[in-house]
Write a protein of this length. Structure first.
Lengths: 324, 324
């Protein structure tokens, strides 16, 4: 289990790289949901998503010997950029196994940030096996994208910042909505939020075709889903919750919501028109859940995490051009 | 002359409507300019631009009798939204004279926020005359878009927040770049910035075809330009600096920079790709000046104001689709 002390220690490590994001407020959004919404815009984060938090927290704790051999990760794109950027900051070589159909922006950025990119076919290849083989051959450490205590603690600093800023602003949330892929962000943030605000309700949000956590939550045990589904939310395509993340979610989360691709597209339009923020599909699921009325928001204070903003311009333009 | 006390009083009035924006930092932008850049994102502001600051500051100081008769303003769109929103908050009827070719988003939003919109032809009509006639007929007060002490003091809270946040963050800027139309934002912010940080250099930025302030600054007196030019920066199309704003600019500003439409478009692409912010053309001129190397930034700390984010989706999509 991850303790709040580990998240506070991660926050202290991250303090040196200045990645705290603000907690925003938008009247249009309040009007749309009939309550107060606090927005945690991790799209404004270094590398365009929260993933730098966990990656830096893990890489900065490697021994000198481990650091010399470099690290290997697998990722659909945001973790890749986080690992590449953290490696460059710390002088640690990074290699990342990525789907060949990952958004071009994510592939380009990972290389630009200093990562070696190895591509595979998302629907036929086994990225974890490719990464493990490569790591073994090089004597390199693996950097999992969610199921590792240091990753969970790093991502948990998102929840810690929400809680501390909300307390400072005297706008304590009744509920917090967090996007969920493998559960690193949501489990770590849940630990931090429940530690600071024991009465808060935490809801996690998944794409409806990648609802492994929803199914597992209902069943009371980890359940895998058919990973061949397609979703616009490239960042959230996991087929089973993590071994470490799921028990935390079971214990601290009040419920799991799912959203359709159409609801995500509408949320991205709302973000462009009213929030003036560029949010990627996977980063918009919590906003989508709010706007499509999956949860009672009237008269409540709700915090949401916009977890990333790395979206190709072609897809973004097509979504924005759709009628609202 | 506007004094710092008037800007502090405006900040106290605005405190009640919670419109403080954060001061952001982005590593990609630092890398691009070889220095540290502090970003003041007024695109995230209520109504999508800084204009609510001045409008609320003025409207909240009307007498009960004046408030009953309502107010009349003229605006290309951002001031319109600010006036409409402030009026609705304060229960004051608002009518705004707007160009019929203003961005559809700005026309729609002004109405949605509670303003009565009266359109005119930007290239043949005289918006000021139309507004004055209407105000006289109704006994309504005029709300100028920049040349009024309360408007200047309200917009000056942007500069005040930059200074106070930068001091708190221990990242005091060497220079600050501010978009300039009629000069309300830049003159008010210049007063606040020079009061808090006497050594800071302030540069204002205009579209190259609406360089009335640049020409006036060089000439040492207010000069009008041919107002029939076209620019992508619909928010900055003024043909002469204000009577009140220009002397402040003369006294406190170090220089006036101009940028081309192509430089503005490139800045909007940079904002989308790296800052994950939606910035409108006029809101992007300071960023454009930085990115196109109009000013030495290496080794310096530079603050920029992104003054608005109200852009139609068609134009935004077209600009983003252009090659970088």
């Amino acid at each position: 289990m991850i303790e709040i002390g580990e998240i506070e220690a991660a926050a202290a490590r991250l303090d040196g790289i200045s990645i705290r994001t603000p907690l925003l407020h938008n009247v249009e959004l309040d009007d749309a949901v009939g309550g107060v919404v606090l927005i945690k815009p991790e799209c404004l984060q270094l590398t365009g998503s929260f993933k730098i938090r966990g990656a830096y927290n893990l890489l900065s704790q490697l021994t000198a010997a481990e650091a010399r051999n470099g690290v290997v990760a697998w990722s659909s794109g945001n973790h890749a950029q986080g690992v590449a950027a953290a490696g460059t900051m710390l002088g640690i070589p990074t290699s990342i196994v990525m789907p060949q159909d990952a958004p071009k922006l994510k592939l380009d950025n990972t290389r630009r940030l200093g990562g070696e990119v190895i591509t595979y076919d998302r629907y036929t290849g086994d990225r974890e096996a490719i990464a493990r083989e490569l790591a073994a051959a090089r004597g390199a450490a693996l950097v999992p994208s969610y199921d590792h205590a240091h990753i969970i603690a790093g991502q948990g600093t998102v929840g810690l910042e929400i809680a501390d800023d909300a307390i400072r602003m005297k706008q304590v949330p009744d509920q917090v909505l967090i996007p969920c892929g493998g559960g690193g962000l949501s489990s770590g943030s849940a630990v931090a939020l429940k530690s600071r605000l024991p009465d808060v309700d935490i809801f996690i949000v998944e794409p409806e075709d990648f609802d492994d956590t929803a199914k597992s939550f209902s069943a009371g045990k980890r359940i895998g889903i058919d990973g061949s589904a397609r979703s616009i939310c490239d960042a959230l395509q996991t087929s089973m919750p993590g071994e470490l993340t799921f028990p935390i979610i079971q214990q601290r989360v009040s419920g799991v919501l799912t959203v359709s691709d159409a609801e995500v597209r509408a949320a991205m339009r709302f973000a462009f028109r009213h929030l003036k923020l560029v949010v990627e599909p996977g980063g918009a699921v919590a906003l989508a859940a709010l706007l499509s009325g999956k949860l009672k928001t009237g008269g409540k204070t709700t915090a949401i995490v916009l977890s990333g903003g790395n979206v190709d311009v072609e897809l973004f333009g097509a979504i924005q051009a759709e009628p609202s």
